[in-house]
Ligand binder design. Structure first.
Ligand code: ZN
Length: 269
């Protein structure tokens, strides 16, 4: 896939969008902006209000997820959990707790296998099985899907959209999944936050436990800058129209806007 051109001449086709979208997860600001306006894949959402979506992949985990829920609750923040079907089956009470506390549960497949390597039928069965498990446990069918590994094929994108889901990647991803240096990762996320950003974080494994202190430091800083965290579906609903006006009312409690934070000023090494 590395040899394929990122952009075909002219319009971005569904096929190239899939490739470009995945590249955007690695924080190329112009790609993020480009794809933010593409209707097919949600990387970031153009919003007038200073809202962002925090997302957590690979749970639920019996220890980490309850800690994340408690931290979000303490800071009055709402998030989206891309849970694995197998985890939801094993820890149904945690998935229920997430929804009852106002968070969104998205579909991340049954086992977090790289979606792009799955044959179409197996992929579609996996998405359906996970959606059934989430709905059976939480009472709400998932409306958002994130492919395992972030890579996917155009046919898989078409399938996700055909079943009424949005395929969601992200515009700010914490790449160090074990978050060895919490302060550095918090600064990294804050540097790249902008209205409509989708932040990708990971849980679901004991060695990712530092996601909790990361969140503990990130949330007050985000709020200080005027950002409010909402679910991915709420973020999509807040998409600004072509004239830069939000369809929904500004969500910041005091109406302030983020101060001078724009994505991609400092490359990460
Ligand atoms: Zn994953």
């Amino acid at each position: 896939m590395a040899g394929r051109p990122l952009l075909a001449a002219g319009a971005v086709t569904a096929a190239t969008a899939a490739v470009v979208a995945t590249a955007a997860v690695r924080q190329s600001p112009w790609l993020t902006r480009l794809l933010g306006h593409q209707a097919t894949v949600v990387v970031a959402v153009p919003t007038a209000a200073p809202v962002v979506a925090l997302t957590f992949d690979d749970g639920p985990h019996p220890v980490l997820t309850p800690q994340i829920l408690a931290t979000l609750d303490r800071h009055g923040a709402t998030a989206t959990f891309f849970f694995l079907g197998s985890g939801v089956e094993r820890h149904p009470h945690i998935a229920r707790a997430a929804v009852s506390q106002g968070h969104e549960v998205g579909n991340h497949g049954w086992l977090d296998r790289p979606a792009v390597r799955m044959p179409s039928q197996a992929f579609e069965a996996d998405v359906a099985r996970t959606a059934r498990a989430i709905e059976a446990v939480t009472g709400a069918a998932p409306r958002v899907f994130r492919p395992g590994s972030g890579w996917f094929r155009p046919g898989q994108l078409r399938h996700v959209r055909a079943i009424g889901n949005q395929l969601v990647l992200g515009s700010v991803a914490v790449v160090d999944l074990t978050v060895r240096r919490v302060d550095r990762e918090v600064a990294f996320v804050l540097r790249r936050l902008q209205p409509g950003a989708v932040v990708v974080l990971h849980e679901g494994r004991e060695d990712r436990r530092k996601v909790v202190p990361l969140l503990e430091r990130l949330l007050p800083e985000m709020h200080r800058l005027g950002y409010r965290s909402v679910t991915v579906s709420e973020l999509i609903a807040a998409r600004a129209d072509g004239h830069g006006r939000a369809r929904s009312a500004p969500l910041s409690p005091d109406g302030s806007s983020p101060q001078g934070r724009r994505a991609g000023r400092s490359p990460r090494h």
